[in-house]
Design a protein around this ligand. Structure first.
Ligand code: NIG
Ligand code: FE
Length: 414
């Protein structure tokens, strides 16, 4: 069955190397069946035979964004901390005073499960409207076994209910909860939380905040190595606020990604590239902290596939991957095409989805966005403005702000 034909596009970005002008994408069984010049594709796959015919009408088509790092499930409001940070207060200071992550932990523990699910589904709607088709969401605002499990349940439920694919990460080691210390809490994560999370069977990755004043390299290593024994692939929040050694740890344990990396060295970049760890750069975090941006060149020169993600969380409050791409260009000096690649194919690598996700190669999942703009460059060029018109997830139209999709007559009759 032909699910969809998107035709008449000014350009289709297939991946970092391939781009077609005056192009079309045909989708069968949820996958890209053909991509190339509109004439050739529509001869083989007539739009009138498809469940949905999308007239891109001179607009650009890009792969759906793969947002590989978010803390998108939370409750409460921390907008006042944003103002405090602008007045000079440090992120770490806020955390040490029981604010920041710890404040969100209190709000999440108090929130009912329905409220948490409603919050996440609402954020997924915004992400989808901004072109995200796959998103990673971490736990880590529970910091006790029951609430961490509840967060992972909500993440799984949101994945089942929403067209966006939601990838679950367990992050019990996100902060040290009040009333304990890092060593004791590391024991609790390893001895109590990890076995319970493994039994629950939802999480795919295990992440840790390896940072001065949070979890040391050795504590982080304990959590990640224990997680690996249960089958969780490691991820590391590394060199975000200081240089501590999280990158070397990520390389040692064969992590899927090392994330943030604002203070990474050239040696760190080489270690990550050699170990096949994807560096995930989060320009929104640097932007909202008023910090220096990470340096993508450092990682590209080392030979790594770089990812760009949103880091959507109460400290970095933007669900928009278009905004992350704009910041990657303006703040980190990436070319629009490279930033787009990092936000799509790069994100897929950070999530170990290397079978075509984040590209529009033949055989890849047909996750794509039609922009209301003639080229992909308008994503960062129109910073702060959403240029996504229509989104397809595995070939189904799941968002259509501009009404570009026309269901085939058969579909209307059905
Ligand atoms: O990736 N650095 C740790 N975790 C988040 C922030 C979470 C929060 O402040 O609530 C991050 O930036
Ligand atoms: Fe994070």
């Amino acid at each position: 069955m032909i699910d969809a034909v998107v035709h008449g596009a000014s350009e289709v970005i297939v991946d970092a190397d391939t781009r077609h002008e005056s192009a079309a994408v045909a989708v069968a069984d949820g996958e890209v069946a053909a991509v190339g010049p509109t004439d050739a594709v529509t001869r083989e796959y007539p739009p009138e035979n498809a469940v949905a015919s999308v007239d891109a009408d001179g607009r650009a088509v890009v792969p759906g964004f793969v947002d590989s790092h978010t803390h998108g499930l939370f409750a409460g409001d921390r907008s006042d901390e944003f103002a405090a940070k602008l007045r000079g207060k440090e992120y770490q200071e806020i955390l040490e005073e029981g604010g920041g992550i710890l404040r969100t932990v209190r709000a999440v523990r108090e929130a009912g499960t329905e409220r948490l699910l409603g919050n996440l589904l609402g954020h997924l709607d915004v992400m989808l409207a901004h072109g995200t088709t796959t998103v990673e969401v971490k736990s880590g605002y529970g910091l006790d076994t029951d609430t961490e499990l509840r967060m992972l349940d909500v993440i799984a439920e949101a994945d089942a209910r929403h067209p966006v694919d939601v990838v679950p990460t367990f992050m019990g080691a996100h902060a040290v909860p009040e009333g304990t210390d890092a060593d004791d809490y590391t024991d609790a994560v390893v001895d109590e939380q990890l076995p319970a999370v493994a039994e629950q069977g939802i999480a795919e990755f295990c992440d840790v905040f390896c940072e001065e004043g949070v979890f040391s390299v050795e504590q982080s290593r304990r959590v990640l190595e224990a997680g690996e024994e249960y089958g969780f692939t490691p991820k590391v929040h590394a060199e975000e606020l200081t240089h501590l050694g999280g990158s070397q740890l990520a390389a040692d344990v064969g992590a899927a990604s090392a994330d943030h990396l604002l203070h990474a060295t050239d040696e760190d970049a080489a270690a990550l590239a050699d170990a096949g760890v994807t560096p995930v750069l989060l320009p929104g975090t640097a932007f909202s902290l008023g910090a220096e941006y990470a340096d993508p060149e450092q990682f590209r020169e080392a030979g790594a596939t770089v990812a760009v993600a949103s880091d959507f969380n109460p400290n970095c409050h933007s669900q928009s991957m278009g905004m992350a791409v704009a910041l990657a260009c303006v703040g980190m000096g990436m070319a629009p095409r490279d930033a787009l690649d990092a936000a799509t194919r790069g994100g897929a690598h950070a999530l170990d989805r290397t079978g075509g996700t984040g590209t529009l190669r033949e055989g890849a999942p047909a996750d794509l966005a039609v922009l209301d703009a003639p080229s992909h460059a308008h994503v960062p060029y129109s910073f702060g403005v959403n240029r996504v018109a229509t989104v397809l997830k595995q070939g189904s139209v799941v968002h259509d702000a501009d009404g570009l999709a026309v269901p085939a007559p058969e579909a209307l009759d059905a």
